[in-house]
Design a protein around this ligand. Sequence first.
Ligand code: ZN
Ligand code: ZN
Length: 285
Amino acid sequence: MTHSCLTCRPGPDSAIDYKTQIIQLPQRFRGPPASGNGGIATGLIACIGEKILGKPIHGISSRLLRPIPLASPMTFTSRITEPDTASISIGDSDGPALTGWASTGTSTAVMPNETVALLASNAALTKEKKDRFENHVEQLNPSSSDFAGCFVCGPEAEFGLRLRPRPVTDEISWLSWDPGERWTDNNRLALLPAIASLDCTAAIGFHREGHLTQQESALLGSFDATIIEKPPARIAGNLRLVARTRSRDRRKIFTDIGLFSATGQPYILGLATWIVVTPEKARGK
Ligand SMILES: [Zn+2]
Ligand SMILES: [Zn+2]
């Protein structure tokens, strides 16, 4: 079996039952207060894709159509569209909540080489960047309390990853991450947390950087990732999350993010599109 991460096995982190084709995200996998985390949802596409294709996948794409149901059963459908690609839809009686695909093919990366090089060059910090990281003080914004329990970034998420990158330059946010033993899949970091780690970690700086006003918040709209290889589960110097906001175009914000070794070797690259919404809408009202 090529795929056996914690979410795909029985237990408190279990989310997918392949036999019944039922997906149920436990409460801990929330993003906004009442719906599933977008990165976790995207990770489901990766898990299902790898399981169906029976080989390591190298590319995924997901599109979130509405808030992801939390602690409520969903089902998935899948079909092989090309020899190396599985098309997947996840939803419930209200229709699809997200759709996407996973592929074992190594097609074009989600970001240009220059962007990969820019992110990679920040995997290891200079003294100046390290000082900036250490002296950073977070300012409160509309997302601070709404997403305090988010599985990926929430400081109050008891079973969460609690990933909060900080700025190391005016455009780059950074974090050193040791995922611990919990998410190991065959000595590698399991796909679902690996993908999820590249979700709202790219959006934490939106208010600080001026991409969002105090009257605005953002929700994940779509996410594309290139999986060069699954990161080692435990690695010298930890994993490094490096992100930057590419641009905002009216109601959309584009982010580039990658998971690297301490020396800048890329493992997973992610390109997300965020939709600007009111804080009330982000909260699920
Ligand atoms: Zn899995
Ligand atoms: Zn979050």
